[in-house]
Write a protein that binds this ligand. Structure first.
Ligand code: F6P
Length: 361
């Protein structure tokens, strides 16, 4: 017999991604329609530190948020409850034990944990400690294994594609090279998809270390055929052959390594190698803001409704996942500790090579 679920907590963890609010809305509407109370927890697992960092979410509280980016619950990508003690109103406490205590204190029966790889790994550990929960994969990076898509990715790719379209216009007018840096951490999905959709001439991804002599050759070839401008899309995690990614800030304490700066490095070197005026642009957090695309709204909505369905049927310690055309449940243990990168035999890479797009190899 499935456990009786009457009160469901929902939280969002890690970097925000367009579609988080759409998941919250689906959890609230489908949960309430199934006679459950839905409790919104603030700022990821921090919402389980104190007895007053939650609010009841009624359908009226989520009306109109489908199309809004960000998260009405707040989020954080600091503070793994299993690594650090925490200051609470009751003194310094073991963070994870405090979360379990607060889960029971708030009379919760289950949790929906919406987050990326870090948050899902934390969720899995809580599930192993006995908290009934389901994870929902989120990230603009699309780097979570066992799901073909995470919500937020399509929106980020659409934004980056639009930016590349705009940069084409000005690069062509001035006969310049423009290097565009996109996010994605250690995976090249955003760079590859936006680069292909935007018609980039060069795409640099972490999975294929680059050789700028090869890239410069491609730019010179374009000049010779009369295309006197070039667009280079660089993933923030791209790295030269034998080198490392460009890092703004090394990992420290509870903060992970912050990537960034590769576009400026690549632009300076390409200017020297080609003699062409070369500029760089970093799209940064613009990729995470804005309204989710229809694809991301639908995926997020399906994820949220399915997460509630799984809780009600008693399937815990799983993540909802997109296996087109279905939303399925995948055990969290198959997900944690792994990163989904672009496979070397991926057809989009083959298409790029076939079309003469340089991958820096
Ligand atoms: O994981 C999403 C992401 O936007 C990455 O693409 C990027 O490297 C990172 O988060 C940036 O994180 P923050 O907003 O903490 O700097």
């Amino acid at each position: 017999m499935p456990a009786t679920i009457r009160r469901i907590g929902v939280l969002t963890g890690g970097g925000d991604a367009p579609g988080l609010n759409a998941v919250i809305r689906a959890v609230v509407k489908s949960g309430v329609n199934a006679n459950c109370e839905v409790i919104g927890l603030e700022d990821s697992f921090d919402g389980l530190i104190e007895p007053d960092r939650w609010r009841t979410l009624e359908p009226k509280d989520v009306t109109g948020i489908l199309r809004v980016g960000g998260t009405i619950l707040g989020t954080t990508n600091r503070g793994n409850p299993f690594l650090y003690p925490i200051e609470t109103s009751a003194g310094t406490r073991d963070y994870s034990a405090r979360c379990v205590e607060m889960f029971h204190h708030l009379d919760l029966d289950a949790l929906v944990v919406i987050g990326g790889d870090g948050t899902l790994a934390i969720a899995h550990r809580f599930a192993q400690m006995g908290l009934p929960l389901v994870g929902v994969p989120k990230t603009i990076d699309n780097d979570i294994v066992e799901t073909t898509n995470t919500f937020g990715f399509d929106t980020a790719v659409s934004f980056a594609t639009d930016a590349i379209d705009r940069l084409h216009v000005t690069a062509e007018a001035h006969h310049r090279v423009i290097v565009v840096e996109v996010m994605g951490r250690y995976a090249g999905w955003i760079a590859l998809y936006s680069g292909m959709a935007g018609g980039a001439d060069v795409i640099l991804i972490p999975e294929i270390p680059y050789d700028l002599d090869k890239v410069a050759q491609r730019i010179r070839d374009r000049d010779r055929m009369g295309a006197r401008f070039s667009i280079v899309v660089a993933a923030e995690g791209a790295r030269p052959v034998g080198g490392n990614p460009t890092v703004i800030k090394a990992a420290e304490g509870e903060f992970v390594e912050r990537l960034g700066g590769v576009a400026a490095v690549v632009a300076a070197q390409l200017e020297t190698l080609t003699g062409k005026e070369t500029r760089s642009v970093v799209l940064g957090h613009l990729q995470r803001g804005g309204t989710p695309t229809s694809f991301d709204r639908l995926l997020a909505t399906r994820f949220g409704a399915r997460a509630v369905e799984l809780l009600l049927e008693g399937t815990f310690d799983h993540m909802v996942a997109f296996h087109p055309p279905d939303i399925v449940a995948v055990p969290l243990e198959k997900v944690v500790g792994r990163t989904r990168t672009v496979p070397h035999d991926f057809d989009v890479l083959r298409a790029a090579r076939a079309m003469g797009i340089s991958l820096g190899e």
